[in-house]
Write a protein that binds this ligand. Structure first.
Ligand code: ADP
Length: 900
């Protein structure tokens, strides 16, 4: 193959008048025929192994190279160019270029052209060729109208328009709207245009956005000023850049977040710090210069032991990540806790070449952990105090021990207790130190005379909050000048907290806590702990007080028990006697020493079936006291026995009631006698009044006979005497009738009945009708008077007497008005009969109820003086009460009460 081709070629070469070349891929001439002499003026030997491109006119070289390439991918290429002949003579040639893949050579035939055609053709062709065939999209637009006036197929391809469509557009139409102002501004002048950035965003026909880099040249295109734009699509690049930017941003965000939130440090393999972030500086208090080059020993707090750091180094130098909580110390000496993660960075040999430590400040968490620890400590102190308060018999010892526990728990230097004292006359208050506990670090103040009998008035600022049940808290240095401050300073106190003690609402004293080492801001939990403790101690104090009171009361009680006239003894549930007073010794004839601790029934063995035995037995189970009276034969006396059961046993009181018993008997006898004489008396009154009627009637009737028969014979004086005599007899009769009535009271045979008070009053008014009419009197009562279940006649008699008196005891010319009323109470009826009469002097309020007692003579007001006595007797018989209220000249009000 190669021989025949070579033969063919050689033949052609030698025979043809055209010029032939064989050129390799480096454009080196490998063969040339003889025509070179005629056409170019060079011998083939001169041309062999020289560069073909060197023969081409400078301006056309690119075009030729391009054609060579093109011939490789497409078909043969023809091109018209000028070639440099010998003596710099330009020869116009038309070249045909073939690529032979097998030979890997370009074969070129060159035909000389007529000299005059070439220049015109060349310029147009070159441009046309370059423009149309450029693998890059090229667009030409009119610089003044912005209209697209030309483009190459690549441009159409890129933008997706047809040639026709594309040439209808102006350059704003291939840009996103928001970029239009930019391009408009840029195209205002050539100068402006040159300044613009070369990266733009263009829009394809399908709306797709692309990023492009443009290379523009302002040219004269067919007589118009136009821009020739070389468009290079960099969308992929831009997107990749954006992606990269995003990824970078992400990383830097992470870095930022890490830097913001944590304390970052990098050390070299030896642990020397090479990098710290701002947080590290801020938290540690050291600046960057101080830290870099140093090791972490700078911030070592000394809290962790050697093993802790050894373990850490072992882990990280072995290439492992270490994590742990570390207590560090800042430059200022403050401690801070960090949660540290140390990551070793390994080299290709897996050896750490640096360490990165990322730490988070966890001081707050640690503090709350510590707080919990403190709280637990405080709580256990409370528990300890409470049990201490129970353990000690002596209250002061208990308190003393408690103070020690508290003082240690909150690490103060002094704990003390002051008790108040109030002057009973001036009411001035004083504080006295009673107890004190001091830590080894402080001086005791218990014997400080300044702290005894401290008057409140002098330490006002201190006492006022306590009195208001508030704690007194102070940092002594910050206090205003005062006696209190002086006192505190004198005791070296730096901080103080004092809590008041109130017993039964009364300011009893206070408990104080001193810190002599530091100015201390008491924490909430410490204050509440101390408050709890103070309240426990308060109740301990209260208990002690109550105990003292109880002891006093007991002493008093036993004193009473000893001194009372009653015998008293007490037994427990098992009848063991645990109290036996003096009187019991006398009454029961047994000495205290003989019976205390003994079983009651062993000592009183004969009594086992006595009423005492039964009574006590019953009382043991009961809850309420019980009493009984018994004649105690052995001593011949009457006893009243009272039992008071309690959960622990029984208390028994004995009272010698022989005296009372005896007087009871004589009283009964007297009563009997009295009742007897009373009834005899009534009998007598009845008989007397009844029997007296008869002779009286005789006197009256014979006196009236005397007046009738011998009236003519008698002078005026005699007639007057007869009148006096009969009047006296009449009055005597009234008296006797009243007396009879009086004596009958209580002996009625009448039964109780329901009595309407209104009906009863109607009757009484009827009986007094004459008198009422004469005096034009008014007897009135309200509606709704009750109905009573009682004896009718006596009640009527009461009203009859009271109303009659009301009508009778009136000043002349007054119209009597009598008002009757009834008021109901829970247990009784309260009646009133009020008049507007002459009234009664209070001196006589009682007297008028006595039989035959009158305040007026018969000439003034007639009467016997029995009426109110009858009323009183009736009312009292009905278990009621009667009395009067009155004012002279204004009227009287008679009251009586009848139980329901
Ligand atoms: P008598 O009316 O028969 O004298 P009483 O026993 O009814 O007897 O009254 C005793 C005295 O009480 C009367 O004498 C009268 O002085 C005085 N008395 C009674 N009722 C009234 C009254 N309503 N107002 C003033 N005095 C009265």
């Amino acid at each position: 193959m190669s021989r025949s081709r070579s033969f063919l070629f050689n033949t052609l070469l030698s025979k043809s008048s055209d010029l032939f070349f064989a050129v390799n891929e480096e454009f080196v001439i490998k063969d040339v025929n003889r025509s070179s002499r005629e056409i170019l003026g060079f011998l083939p030997e001169e041309l062999l192994n020289t560069s073909f491109i060197q023969l081409i006119e400078r301006d056309a070289r690119l075009l030729v190279e391009d054609s060579f390439f093109r011939s490789k991918v497409k078909e043969e290429q023809s091109i018209r160019i000028s070639v440099l002949g010998s003596k710099d003579r330009l020869v116009a040639l038309e070249l045909f270029i073939f690529w032979c893949v097998t030979d890997r050579l370009f074969y070129i035939s060159a035909t000389p052209l007529k000299e005059d055609v070439l220049p015109v053709l060349r310029e147009q062709d070159i441009f046309q060729y370059l423009f149309m065939e450029s693998p890059m999209p090229l667009v030409i637009w009119d610089f003044s109208t912005l209209k697209i006036i030309a483009c190459n197929p690549q441009a159409l391809n890129k933008y997706g328009y047809t040639h026709e469509e594309f040439l209808k557009l102006d350059i704003t139409q291939i840009r996103p709207e928001e970029d239009i102002p930019l391009i408009l501004a840029a195209t205002e002048s050539e100068e402006a245009y040159r300044k613009i950035k070369k990266r733009w965003r263009h829009i394809k026909k399908n709306g797709e956005l692309m990023h492009v880099d443009t290379y523009t040249k302002i040219i004269d295109y067919k007589g118009r000023k136009a821009a020739l734009v070389h468009v290079s699509d960099v969308t992929e690049k831009v997107e990749a850049e954006e992606e990269l930017l995003k990824a970078y941003k992400k990383v830097s965000d992470y870095k930022f977040a890490l830097d913001e939130s944590s304390i970052v440090a990098i050390t070299d393999a030896e642990g020397v710090i090479t990098y710290v972030n701002d947080n590290f500086c801020r938290v540690s208090g050291y600046n960057r210069e101080e830290l870099i080059g140093a090791t972490h020993r700078l911030i070592n707090s000394g809290f962790h032991d050697k093993g802790f750091f050894q373990n850490m180094w072992q882990t990280i130098s072995g290439g492992q990540v270490w994590r742990g909580e570390v207590k560090n110390r800042s430059k200022k000496g403050a401690f801070y806790w960090v949660d540290a993660t140390i990551v070793p960075f390994l080299d290709s040999n897996n050896k750490p070449y640096q360490y990165m430590a990322v730490r988070f400040d966890i001081t707050a968490n640690k503090q709350s952990e510590e707080n919990i620890l403190i709280k637990t400590r405080l709580l256990s102190a409370i528990a300890e105090v409470i049990s201490t308060l129970f353990q000690y018999d002596k209250w002061e010892d208990a308190l003393d021990a408690s103070f020690g526990i508290v003082g240690k728990a909150i690490s103060v230097d002094r704990v003390y207790y002051f008790e108040n004292y109030f002057d009973p006359h001036t009411h001035e208050g004083f504080a006295n130190q009673k107890l004190e506990w001091t830590a080894a670090t402080a001086h005791a103040q218990l014997d400080n005379p300044e702290l005894q009998d401290l008057p409140f008035s002098v330490i006002d600022d201190f006492i006022v909050p306590l009195r208001n049940k508030q704690p007194f808290v102070a940092i002594v240095r910050e206090m205003d000048e005062s006696v209190t401050k002086e006192l505190l300073v004198a005791q070296d106190i730096k901080s103080i907290l004092v809590l008041p003690i109130f017993l039964k609402g009364y300011f009893y004293g206070f408990i104080g806590f001193d810190d002599c080492k530091q100015e201390r801001h008491w924490r909430e939990d410490e204050i509440s702990f101390l408050k709890t403790l103070t309240s426990k101690l308060t109740s301990a104090i209260e208990k002690r007080r109550n105990m003292l009171d109880l002891q006093d009361a007991l002493r008093e009680k036993s004193h009473i028990l000893e001194s009372i006239g009653d015998a008293f003894f007490a037994v427990d549930k098992n009848w063991i006697v645990n109290y036996w007073n003096k009187r019991a010794e006398t009454i029961l004839g047994i000495k205290r020493e003989e019976i205390l601790g003994q079983n009651l029934w062993t000592v009183f063995n004969e009594e086992e079936h006595s009423p005492f035995y039964t009574f006590y037995g019953k009382s043991q189970g009961k809850e309420t006291p019980d009493h009984f009276e018994v004649f105690y034969d052995p001593l011949g006396i009457w006893l009243e026995v009272s039992s008071y059961p309690s959960p622990s046993g029984l208390s028994i009181y004995f009272k010698d009631i022989s005296g009372r018993k005896n007087s009871e008997v004589s009283l009964k006898k007297m009563n009997r006698e009295l009742a007897l004489s009373n009834s005899e008396l009534e009998q007598f009154a009845f008989v007397a009044s009844h029997d007296l009627q008869e002779p009286l009637r005789m006197i009256t009737s014979f006196l009236s006979q005397l007046e009738k028969r011998y009236g003519d014979l008698l002078d005026e004086r005699a007639k007057k005497y007869i009148y006096f005599a009969s009047d006296g007899a009449k009055r005597m009769r009234n008296i006797i009738l009243d007396l009879l009535e009086f004596s009958r009271i209580g002996r009625t045979t009448e039964d109780k009945q329901t009595v309407s008070l209104e009906a009863l009053l109607d009757e009484v008014v009827g009986l007094n009708r004459k008198l009422i009419q004469e005096k034009k009197a008014k007897v009135v009562w309200e509606d709704g008077l009750p109905e009573l279940y009682t004896f009718k006649s006596p009640l009527r008699l009461v009203f009859q007497n009271l109303i009659n008196n009301g009508l009778k005891y009136q000043a002349k010319g007054t119209i009597p008005v009598i008002n009757i009323a009834a008021k109901e109470t829970e247990t009784a009826w309260h009646f009133t009969v009020a008049d507007n009469g002459i009234g009664i002097d209070s001196e006589y309020f009682d007297k008028i109820f006595t039989i035959f007692q009158r305040l007026h003579n018969k000439e003034e007001y007639s009467g016997t003086g029995v009426g109110l006595a009858i009323c009183k007797k009736i009312i009292e018989n009905l278990d009621g009460e009667i009395w009067v209220t009155s004012e002279l000249g204004k009227g009287s009000e008679f009251h009586f009460i009848l139980p329901k």
